[in-house]
Write a protein that binds this ligand. Structure first.
Ligand code: ZN
Length: 368
């Protein structure tokens, strides 16, 4: 079953800052499933399948060294964090010594508490601005979704299920609806069980961890959020981007700074790359996806500038550029079925932010 794409659902998703890498999930057993893949010697990626149709978990990465493990993000919920930790323990008996948090969107740090409980000496590290946003923006941003929108959506699903049962639809259809409802309820319960763990160590420009023979560069960008924290391993030529890159559909909800996002991609494009691990989706083995994102962003920004110069207001600009969505999506190799997500999670927000950024600098608040 593909994810629900009603207006109502999109609102729930946006409030919770869920993610645009919408995957197709066919069986209940696949909801919130963690998959481990080896990217390079001692570098592992943990992807998480969608939690029902209301939430998504960001990628987590383990960098294993002789002196301990560095985690990059912990995915969206404590349960998922626990599964990822169990996977890490199968790979090494070294303790986790650092957890790097990429940005404030909940789907990347909901598992922090699990690592804190298992390794009391672990250090949580992120950019200073990101710590501030995690502490002062994330909770308030997610509250309406957790307190009202998601419970309302679950009630709506229950009614739909009751209607389907009364109509005697096929048992297979009913089973799918029940699985989905159970997954969404479980997700809400997990989100409500989060104990927020914030970074204790921050940096302002960059930081480098020298650990067990590895050099782990921790860097800052202002791309999707003001405190984006990403990692580059120069020896292994591995780039770990957080949501600066999302595979296959870029994600601009919950902030985004179009001009600096483009500058960041230009900078990342200069790096030597053997693998790129995005914030969602599979790792890439070269820079081609990054370059396609860069070209698309530049194209959309140029079109926004032209529309504004020609006197279009924000609504007229959005309307005109939405008509070109199919064209833009094709730049990323996306198909017709990806268009609703491409528009809702990327294009609409990017165009809006780009237009306002041309008028005045955007502030750190995601709704500035
Ligand atoms: Zn994300």
């Amino acid at each position: 079953m593909t994810c629900v794409r009603t207006r109502r659902h999109v609102q729930v998703v946006q409030l919770l800052v869920c993610i645009g890498a919408l995957a197709t999930v066919s069986r209940g057993a696949d909801y919130g499933k963690v998959t481990t893949s080896k990217v390079a010697e001692g570098v592992y990626l943990f992807t998480t399948s969608p939690y029902g149709d209301v939430g998504f978990g960001g990628n987590a990465v383990a960098i294993i060294t002789d002196e301990g493990v560095v985690m990059f993000d912990t995915s969206g919920t404590p349960d998922t964090g626990q599964t990822i930790l169990s996977e890490v323990r199968k790979l090494t008996d070294k303790p986790v010594v650092y957890v790097i948090n990429s940005h404030w969107h909940w789907d990347h740090w909901g598992g922090n508490q699990v690592f804190k409980a298992a390794f009391p000496n672990v250090q949580f590290l992120s950019h200073a601005k990101n710590r501030d946003l995690m502490m002062n923006v994330a909770l308030a941003w997610n509250a309406p979704g957790l307190e009202k929108d998601l419970p309302d959506y679950i009630n709506y699903q229950k009614q739909q299920l009751a209607t389907a049962e009364a109509k005697h639809v096929s048992e297979a259809e009913l089973a799918k609806k029940r699985d989905l409802l159970a997954a969404d309820e479980s997700f809400l319960q997990q989100k409500r069980s989060v104990t927020y763990i914030f970074p204790e160590v921050t940096f302002s420009d960059s930081a480098t961890l020298y650990l067990g023979g590895r050099e782990i560069r921790v860097l800052h960008a202002r791309a999707i959020t003001p405190g984006d924290t990403y990692v580059y391993l120069p020896k292994e030529k591995i780039l770990i981007t957080g949501d600066i890159l999302v595979n296959p559909i870029p994600f601009a909800v919950g902030g985004s700074y179009p001009q600096e996002w483009i500058e960041t991609l230009q900078k990342l494009n200069q790096l030597e790359i053997d693998a790129i691990i995005p914030g969602h989706g599979e790792a890439e083995r070269d820079g081609s996806y990054l370059q396609r994102n860069l070209k698309l962003f530049q194209r959309v920004l140029a079109d926004v500038k032209t529309a504004k110069t020609n006197g279009s207001n924000p609504d007229q600009t959005k309307k005109a550029l939405m008509n070109k969505a199919g064209d833009y999506a094709a730049d990323l190799g996306l198909s017709e079925k990806d268009l609703p997500d491409f528009k809702n999670f990327f294009l609409l927000v990017f165009v809006n932010r780009a237009y306002h950024e041309l008028e005045k600098p955007l502030g750190d608040s995601p709704v500035s």
